[in-house]
Design a protein around this ligand. Sequence first.
Ligand SMILES: Nc1ncnc2c1ncn2[C@@H]1O[C@H](COP(=O)(O)OP(=O)(O)O)[C@@H](O)[C@H]1O
Ligand SMILES: CC(=O)N[C@@H](CCC(=O)OP(=O)(O)O)C(=O)O
Length: 315
Amino acid sequence: MTNPPASNAPETRTDPAVKASTLVEALPYIRRFAGKTVVVKYGGNALAGTSNHDALELFAEDIVLMRLVGMRPIVVHGGGPQISELMKRLGKESEFVNGLRVTDKETVDIARMVLKGQVNPQLVAAINVHGNYAVGVSGVDGGLIRATQRNPELGFVGDVTSINPEVLNGLLDDEFIPVIATIGCDETGQAYNINADTVAGAIAEAMGAEKLVYMTDIEGLRTDLDDPNSLVRQTTADVIEGMIADGTIAGGMIPKVSSCLQAVRNGVGRAHILDGRIPHVLLLELFTDDGIGTMVMADQAQLDAHLAETVTPST
Ligand SMILES: Nc1ncnc2c1ncn2[C@@H]1O[C@H](COP(=O)(O)OP(=O)(O)O)[C@@H](O)[C@H]1O
Ligand SMILES: CC(=O)N[C@@H](CCC(=O)OP(=O)(O)O)C(=O)O
């Protein structure tokens, strides 16, 4: 049984005035983002052990709401922990080099099965509970992601060589929400396993996205990984380069921030790193004055201009 809120507790969502003011607060953001493309990368860890259906349902609601207020959301998903899990069940060890999975012939099949066969339809189904919005594609469909082998020592790990925006523009123009599994192929048809952070950045860049949002399992970038109070609220590509060089940023965060900085330097308005475990974190970032997580912009001049804007610093 849940306890009633204490008398001095903050006003609850049942308070009509709070409800109304939350909606009104969202107005300038709804206007600002109407018609804009937002690429959201949903990490395998944010799926938080796929048993966490609540997180998935809340994410689906946020994405549908974005679409219904006129934004053009694109979802790029990961599935690293889920690939590792199936590999384990098949008696295979996972091995990573600089955050990238060493991918032999069998592993590329496993990655394809998990990303396109398991995680992708799970996300599509969760979104389509609300209507027929989501369409699942992999990078192979319509030549969406062309790739080349990154390094023979990693096996079938791909680097993105090009993105075909027509596939996504077609879906978005027809008011669908593309949900992308990050398997790409080369011109011979060879499939590659591509890191989902890298794909999200490349797609945001190719689509000239307004925002690139990474949903992960930490509240944002920290200057000290062990100190939750060291959250960086906003920063620039140059500062992040320094944080990679001096080891402040490590592990799976490296491909994420590397793609962030490449994207913001190549025309994407801003990138955000958010904690996917926070309920409705996307809505909080997009539609409230407070903002949340870490925001990355191309350079200090852009950040200063943004901070000088009337509408809130962190959105
Ligand atoms: N400076 C840092 N700030 C925040 N997280 C960091 C930092 N350096 C390394 N990390 C690690 O990066 C992880 C997120 O990357 P990853 O596990 O690959 O997420 P995802 O599966 O969502 O792509 C965090 O849980 C954290 O342990
Ligand atoms: C080459 C490479 O490492 N590919 C990743 C693809 C999935 C992914 O990126 O998933 P997350 O976003 O959940 O980490 C992998 O095999 O794990």
